[in-house]
Write a protein that binds this ligand. Sequence first.
Ligand SMILES: [Fe+2]
Length: 258
Amino acid sequence: MLSLIKHIHSFAKEVKLTSEEWHFAIQYLEESGKWCMPGRSEFMIFSDALGLSMLTVTQDYPKPAHATEATLVGPFLLENAPKFAMGSDISGGAAGTPMHAQGVIRDTEGQPVAHTVIDVWHSDDRGLYDVQDDLEKNGAWARAELTTDADGRYHFWSVLPVDYPIPQDGTAIRMLRATTNRTMRPAHLHFRLQAPGHRTLVTHIFDKNSEHLNSDAVFGVRPSLIADFVHHDAGIAPDGKKMDSEFYTLDYDFVMTR
Ligand SMILES: [Fe+2]
């Protein structure tokens, strides 16, 4: 608290903060609070867009060699996501091109991490999350909890995520429009991996074809987290399913730390 007070006083002196600006800031924060609810935290978006979330993750999450890099959690994680059997289609009716994702979760010694609980959540092809739609009416989509077997392997179907802007209806977007106007996020899947004896890993996998990899509004991209979402014409998918139209596949292995 002493450090915070020192720096906030220093900030006010540096910008010669006026009463009018101070009052605006208080009202802005009050309005931001009204945009906080399960599955949507406006203060999270402020933290993300100011780079504070990634700074905190980077200094708080030790990364041994070969371990998967952690990233910010973002504003759209829901606890108690719908549970699916491994291999299921988790899209829940979300619009988009079918995508099959698979990989193995290992520890830093290369051993599979058994019984990992995986939360995965992502946008549909409009760039929207289920929590930005009417969740009560339409239910969850492109969101799941999956659990690996002893082999640490995961695989599921969903739809291809796309680039999307920071939510347009809150207060954080006004800050971005008034400053950098950098409001886009490159297409990605969010993952949270939890396993006994291992540090919980929250991360993203980004689409290497996105135009916004170098301008992520919330600074989440790391080169090691960029993957190839491979396009296929109609044919046989990795799980043997016959696809009558185009689809994408993603192969990505995770490494958790003890
Ligand atoms: Fe996201």
